[in-house]
Design a binder for this molecule. Structure first.
Ligand code: F6R
Length: 242
Protein backbone atom coordinates (compact mmCIF):
# COMPACT_ATOMS: atom_id res chain seq x y z
CA UNK A 1 0.00 0.00 0.00
CA UNK A 2 1.27 3.44 -0.87
CA UNK A 3 -0.04 6.02 1.63
CA UNK A 4 -0.20 9.71 0.78
CA UNK A 5 -1.18 12.12 3.56
CA UNK A 6 -2.50 15.51 2.47
CA UNK A 7 -3.31 18.61 4.51
CA UNK A 8 -7.06 18.59 3.93
CA UNK A 9 -9.93 17.39 1.75
CA UNK A 10 -9.17 19.92 -0.99
CA UNK A 11 -5.61 18.61 -1.28
CA UNK A 12 -6.80 14.97 -1.21
CA UNK A 13 -9.17 15.72 -4.08
CA UNK A 14 -6.49 17.48 -6.11
CA UNK A 15 -3.97 14.71 -5.58
CA UNK A 16 -6.49 11.99 -6.48
CA UNK A 17 -7.47 13.92 -9.61
CA UNK A 18 -3.82 14.22 -10.65
CA UNK A 19 -3.50 10.42 -10.47
CA UNK A 20 -6.64 9.89 -12.60
CA UNK A 21 -5.64 12.60 -15.12
CA UNK A 22 -2.24 10.95 -15.54
CA UNK A 23 -3.93 7.59 -16.20
CA UNK A 24 -6.30 9.08 -18.79
CA UNK A 25 -3.42 10.83 -20.56
CA UNK A 26 -1.49 7.55 -20.63
CA UNK A 27 -4.54 5.61 -21.84
CA UNK A 28 -7.46 7.65 -23.28
CA UNK A 29 -9.54 4.41 -23.35
CA UNK A 30 -9.16 3.98 -19.60
CA UNK A 31 -11.60 1.62 -17.88
CA UNK A 32 -12.30 3.28 -14.57
CA UNK A 33 -14.31 2.04 -11.61
CA UNK A 34 -16.17 4.86 -9.84
CA UNK A 35 -17.56 5.37 -6.34
CA UNK A 36 -20.27 7.61 -4.97
CA UNK A 37 -20.61 9.21 -1.51
CA UNK A 38 -18.99 12.36 -0.16
CA UNK A 39 -15.35 11.30 -0.57
CA UNK A 40 -15.01 11.46 -4.38
CA UNK A 41 -17.05 14.65 -4.94
CA UNK A 42 -13.93 16.87 -4.80
CA UNK A 43 -12.07 14.50 -7.11
CA UNK A 44 -14.95 14.70 -9.61
CA UNK A 45 -14.95 18.54 -9.39
CA UNK A 46 -11.25 18.57 -10.24
CA UNK A 47 -11.82 16.19 -13.17
CA UNK A 48 -14.63 18.41 -14.50
CA UNK A 49 -12.32 21.42 -14.26
CA UNK A 50 -9.53 19.60 -16.11
CA UNK A 51 -12.03 18.70 -18.86
CA UNK A 52 -13.31 22.29 -19.09
CA UNK A 53 -9.74 23.52 -19.43
CA UNK A 54 -9.21 21.02 -22.28
CA UNK A 55 -6.58 19.12 -20.33
CA UNK A 56 -8.38 15.79 -20.74
CA UNK A 57 -11.27 14.24 -22.63
CA UNK A 58 -13.53 11.42 -21.44
CA UNK A 59 -14.81 10.57 -24.92
CA UNK A 60 -13.09 7.19 -24.96
CA UNK A 61 -13.12 6.55 -21.20
CA UNK A 62 -15.39 3.74 -20.00
CA UNK A 63 -16.81 3.81 -16.47
CA UNK A 64 -18.12 1.12 -14.13
CA UNK A 65 -19.76 2.07 -10.85
CA UNK A 66 -19.26 0.06 -7.71
CA UNK A 67 -22.80 -0.17 -6.48
CA UNK A 68 -26.40 1.03 -6.55
CA UNK A 69 -29.32 1.05 -4.13
CA UNK A 70 -32.19 -1.35 -4.67
CA UNK A 71 -35.67 -0.22 -3.75
CA UNK A 72 -35.47 3.30 -5.17
CA UNK A 73 -35.85 4.19 -8.81
CA UNK A 74 -32.89 5.37 -10.91
CA UNK A 75 -34.68 8.72 -11.20
CA UNK A 76 -34.67 9.17 -7.37
CA UNK A 77 -32.30 12.04 -6.49
CA UNK A 78 -30.35 9.77 -4.12
CA UNK A 79 -29.87 6.88 -6.54
CA UNK A 80 -26.25 6.43 -7.51
CA UNK A 81 -27.37 6.81 -11.12
CA UNK A 82 -28.56 10.36 -10.30
CA UNK A 83 -25.50 11.06 -8.14
CA UNK A 84 -23.08 10.19 -10.94
CA UNK A 85 -24.93 12.24 -13.53
CA UNK A 86 -25.22 15.27 -11.22
CA UNK A 87 -21.65 15.17 -9.92
CA UNK A 88 -19.74 14.08 -12.99
CA UNK A 89 -21.29 12.69 -16.14
CA UNK A 90 -23.47 15.63 -17.19
CA UNK A 91 -20.44 17.95 -17.01
CA UNK A 92 -18.04 15.91 -19.18
CA UNK A 93 -17.94 14.33 -22.64
CA UNK A 94 -18.27 10.68 -21.57
CA UNK A 95 -20.53 8.72 -23.97
CA UNK A 96 -23.80 7.38 -22.55
CA UNK A 97 -23.05 3.87 -23.73
CA UNK A 98 -19.66 4.00 -21.96
CA UNK A 99 -21.37 4.41 -18.57
CA UNK A 100 -22.04 1.28 -16.52
CA UNK A 101 -24.03 1.54 -13.30
CA UNK A 102 -25.49 -1.65 -11.82
CA UNK A 103 -29.11 -2.01 -12.91
CA UNK A 104 -31.51 -1.93 -9.96
CA UNK A 105 -34.74 -2.90 -11.73
CA UNK A 106 -36.48 -4.93 -9.03
CA UNK A 107 -38.51 -6.93 -11.60
CA UNK A 108 -35.18 -8.46 -12.74
CA UNK A 109 -33.77 -8.99 -9.24
CA UNK A 110 -32.67 -12.59 -9.93
CA UNK A 111 -30.53 -11.52 -12.90
CA UNK A 112 -29.04 -8.20 -11.75
CA UNK A 113 -25.90 -9.51 -10.06
CA UNK A 114 -25.02 -12.05 -12.77
CA UNK A 115 -25.52 -9.49 -15.53
CA UNK A 116 -23.19 -6.93 -13.95
CA UNK A 117 -20.68 -9.58 -13.02
CA UNK A 118 -20.49 -10.68 -16.65
CA UNK A 119 -19.65 -7.12 -17.70
CA UNK A 120 -16.89 -7.00 -15.07
CA UNK A 121 -15.46 -10.35 -16.17
CA UNK A 122 -15.24 -9.12 -19.73
CA UNK A 123 -13.64 -5.81 -18.76
CA UNK A 124 -10.72 -5.73 -16.37
CA UNK A 125 -10.60 -2.24 -14.86
CA UNK A 126 -7.44 -0.17 -15.15
CA UNK A 127 -8.17 1.77 -11.98
CA UNK A 128 -10.83 1.57 -9.27
CA UNK A 129 -11.74 4.59 -7.13
CA UNK A 130 -12.89 3.72 -3.60
CA UNK A 131 -14.16 5.43 -0.49
CA UNK A 132 -14.41 3.58 2.82
CA UNK A 133 -17.32 3.23 5.23
CA UNK A 134 -16.78 3.87 8.96
CA UNK A 135 -17.37 0.11 9.42
CA UNK A 136 -14.66 -0.76 6.88
CA UNK A 137 -16.90 -1.50 3.91
CA UNK A 138 -15.73 -0.91 0.34
CA UNK A 139 -18.45 -0.76 -2.26
CA UNK A 140 -21.24 -2.25 -0.17
CA UNK A 141 -19.16 -5.18 1.04
CA UNK A 142 -20.23 -4.99 4.65
CA UNK A 143 -18.28 -6.55 7.55
CA UNK A 144 -18.58 -10.34 7.41
CA UNK A 145 -18.90 -10.50 3.61
CA UNK A 146 -16.77 -13.35 2.22
CA UNK A 147 -13.65 -11.86 0.67
CA UNK A 148 -14.08 -14.08 -2.42
CA UNK A 149 -17.51 -12.65 -3.31
CA UNK A 150 -18.32 -11.34 -6.77
CA UNK A 151 -21.23 -9.00 -7.60
CA UNK A 152 -24.17 -9.70 -5.28
CA UNK A 153 -27.29 -8.26 -3.69
CA UNK A 154 -26.56 -7.11 -0.16
CA UNK A 155 -28.63 -6.28 2.90
CA UNK A 156 -27.14 -3.02 4.14
CA UNK A 157 -25.60 -2.79 7.61
CA UNK A 158 -27.45 -0.66 10.17
CA UNK A 159 -24.29 1.47 10.57
CA UNK A 160 -24.16 2.10 6.81
CA UNK A 161 -27.84 3.03 6.70
CA UNK A 162 -27.32 5.41 9.63
CA UNK A 163 -24.23 6.98 8.01
CA UNK A 164 -26.15 7.44 4.75
CA UNK A 165 -29.36 8.77 6.33
CA UNK A 166 -27.77 12.24 6.00
CA UNK A 167 -28.61 11.99 2.29
CA UNK A 168 -32.22 10.97 3.05
CA UNK A 169 -33.48 13.89 5.18
CA UNK A 170 -31.83 12.24 8.22
CA UNK A 171 -34.71 9.78 8.13
CA UNK A 172 -33.52 6.18 8.52
CA UNK A 173 -36.85 4.87 7.20
CA UNK A 174 -36.13 6.46 3.81
CA UNK A 175 -32.72 4.77 3.42
CA UNK A 176 -32.92 1.66 1.21
CA UNK A 177 -32.29 -1.66 2.95
CA UNK A 178 -30.74 -3.40 -0.06
CA UNK A 179 -28.14 -2.68 -2.71
CA UNK A 180 -26.24 -4.35 -5.54
CA UNK A 181 -22.47 -4.17 -5.25
CA UNK A 182 -19.29 -5.38 -6.90
CA UNK A 183 -17.78 -8.04 -4.66
CA UNK A 184 -14.32 -7.84 -3.11
CA UNK A 185 -13.02 -10.22 -5.78
CA UNK A 186 -14.18 -7.84 -8.55
CA UNK A 187 -12.56 -4.88 -6.77
CA UNK A 188 -9.27 -6.74 -6.28
CA UNK A 189 -9.24 -7.66 -10.01
CA UNK A 190 -8.68 -3.98 -10.93
CA UNK A 191 -5.09 -3.30 -12.05
CA UNK A 192 -4.82 -0.27 -9.79
CA UNK A 193 -6.79 0.93 -6.74
CA UNK A 194 -7.11 4.45 -5.38
CA UNK A 195 -8.87 4.85 -2.02
CA UNK A 196 -9.67 8.31 -0.69
CA UNK A 197 -10.82 9.30 2.79
CA UNK A 198 -10.94 12.40 4.93
CA UNK A 199 -12.17 13.56 8.30
CA UNK A 200 -11.72 12.46 11.92
CA UNK A 201 -14.63 10.00 11.70
CA UNK A 202 -12.53 7.89 9.30
CA UNK A 203 -9.36 7.87 11.48
CA UNK A 204 -10.17 4.66 13.35
CA UNK A 205 -11.12 2.64 10.28
CA UNK A 206 -8.09 3.90 8.30
CA UNK A 207 -5.81 2.80 11.13
CA UNK A 208 -7.43 -0.67 11.23
CA UNK A 209 -7.35 -1.02 7.43
CA UNK A 210 -3.62 -0.26 7.24
CA UNK A 211 -2.26 -1.68 10.51
CA UNK A 212 -4.77 -4.42 11.34
CA UNK A 213 -4.95 -8.03 10.20
CA UNK A 214 -6.57 -8.85 6.86
CA UNK A 215 -10.02 -10.03 7.88
CA UNK A 216 -13.54 -10.17 6.53
CA UNK A 217 -14.65 -8.29 9.64
CA UNK A 218 -12.98 -5.25 8.04
CA UNK A 219 -13.39 -5.78 4.27
CA UNK A 220 -11.07 -2.88 3.29
CA UNK A 221 -8.14 -4.64 5.01
CA UNK A 222 -7.93 -6.93 1.95
CA UNK A 223 -6.40 -3.96 0.08
CA UNK A 224 -3.15 -4.69 1.94
CA UNK A 225 -2.81 -7.62 -0.48
CA UNK A 226 -3.37 -5.63 -3.68
CA UNK A 227 -0.15 -5.15 -5.70
CA UNK A 228 -0.90 -1.53 -6.70
CA UNK A 229 -3.04 0.26 -4.13
CA UNK A 230 -2.71 3.94 -3.20
CA UNK A 231 -4.46 5.46 -0.19
CA UNK A 232 -4.88 9.25 -0.25
CA UNK A 233 -6.08 10.68 3.08
CA UNK A 234 -6.11 13.96 4.92
CA UNK A 235 -4.37 14.65 8.24
CA UNK A 236 -7.58 14.04 10.20
CA UNK A 237 -8.14 10.60 8.68
CA UNK A 238 -4.44 9.83 9.24
CA UNK A 239 -4.46 11.02 12.86
CA UNK A 240 -4.42 7.54 14.42
CA UNK A 241 -1.58 6.27 12.25
CA UNK A 242 1.20 8.09 14.08
C1 F6R B 1 -20.12 4.33 -2.67
C2 F6R B 1 -19.54 3.27 -1.91
C3 F6R B 1 -19.29 3.34 -0.44
C4 F6R B 1 -18.67 4.67 0.01
C5 F6R B 1 -18.48 4.68 1.52
C6 F6R B 1 -17.92 5.99 2.03
O1 F6R B 1 -20.25 4.01 -4.03
O2 F6R B 1 -19.29 2.27 -2.49
O3 F6R B 1 -18.43 2.28 -0.09
O4 F6R B 1 -17.45 4.85 -0.63
O5 F6R B 1 -19.70 4.44 2.16
O6 F6R B 1 -18.85 6.99 1.82
P1 F6R B 1 -18.49 8.53 2.07
O7 F6R B 1 -17.48 8.88 1.04
O8 F6R B 1 -19.80 9.25 1.89
O9 F6R B 1 -17.96 8.62 3.46
Amino acid sequence: MKIIICKDYAEVSKKAASVVIKEIKKNPELKIGLATGSSPIGLYKNLIEAYQKNKISFKDVISYNLDEYIGIDRSHPQSYYSFMHENLFKHIDIKDDHIHIPDNDISRIDHLADDYNKVLHENQLDIQILGIGTNGHIGFNEPGTPLGNETFIVTLDEQTRMDNSRFFNNNLDEVPKFAITMGIKNIMYSKKILLIASGKEKAKVIHKMIKGKVSKSLPASILQLHPDCTIIIDENAASKLK
